[in-house]
Write a protein that binds this ligand. Sequence first.
Ligand code: FAD
Length: 394
Amino acid sequence: GKAVVIVGGGQAGAQVAQSLRQGGFDGPIRLIGDEPHVPYQRPPLSKKFLLGEMAEDGLFLRPPAFYDAQMIDFIPGTLVTRIDPAAKRLSLANGDTMDYGTLVLATGTRARPLPLPGADLDGVVSLRSIADVNDIRARFATARNLVIIGAGYIGLEVAAVARLSGLDVTVLEAEDRPLKRVVSPALSAYYSDLHARNGVRLRVGTGVLSIEGQDGKVTGVLLRDGETVPADVVLVAIGALPNDELAREAGLDVDNGILVDGGGQTSDEAIYACGDCTRFHSARYDRSVRMESVQNAIDQAKAVAQSILGQDVDYDPLPWFWSDQYAVKLQIAGLSEGYDDTKTVGDPSSDKFYVAYLKNNQLIAVDSVNAPRSHMMARRVIGETWRDDLLPDA
Ligand code: FAD
């Protein structure tokens, strides 16, 4: 048939459905998600929603009535378990099957599990969904000691919220500085200091041996040096894994992400993919990338919708991202990996500055702290040769 079936009711899946309708597609659209909610934005989950400053329906990307009005058949609470590409048929966990003309995989990522003893104790949590946050908030209400494993964006954002909620917070990081994979040493130093000022104990270079518990409930985290850090709640925030198993089992090309071309097409002509679950070649950065950002989910979803509508599209984004911790907004433009020089402009002690990342004297990325103007300008000049007046004004 002509039906477009979208697996995954998140940021990317919802955008494909919406863009198809906006682009004039008049066939059936079915949007299948395993969560009970209409599609929602995840960024506030570790920020305002966790803090209790945003209600659940404030997360929804569109009001529930939108899907009916747009004749998008939204099917919540339904896990897709198998793709049969030859028959163009899906198997669902409830035993049903569903046929597709065109399939879109927008299955996102899941939290990387902690491969250590005790990881299954009650009180060891990860944060990816509304359900996770509802559980974590209930635990925060009675907890004193929170230990966070991993000083990435989610770990640090939760640390900030937990401090604002009055918890005692320790962050354990195996690397020698926070956010090491994504930002420069200067920015890591800024965030170490920011969290120290707010009473977080951030312990870098710290290996974890196991999670300790009693009667099935977590009591602490045993470090490699023999010390035990007491904990009522342990948040595991050590990154995410792409949900690419459906694609792999269907014989599609997969390599830590579902491989897609510039139009979002997989190695099967009738199957597209977009968002966190994909890997694609970035001509701009001359390497394969798998991104976990709202920008990528939205823009790649739009590219997929255009492809399905028969348009030629070559998705090659300028990536951008943000993170909110306390009153500090970090905005990232571009990908800094592979830089050979940095310029820090403005004074970090004033909580307003930016770091420019250069490679062969070419600007490849800019991290702006409380400097939204610099961020917006950076998006326009990335790729240019650096000069001191290229990006004024932190
Ligand atoms: P998702 O939004 O994860 O949606 C995928 C959906 O598919 C999920 O509902 C999943 O349950 C469902 N699914 C998976 N497999 C199946 C199946 N087999 N059958 C049915 N359904 C299935 N990005 C930013 O740019 N800025 C931020 O500040 C930021 N903060 C974040 C904070 C948190 C706590 C998290 C978790 C993410 C954050 N992100 C942020 C990342 C951003 O939310 C993701 O990049 C974005 O949600 C990706 O959209 P997606 O549609 O690819 O995946």
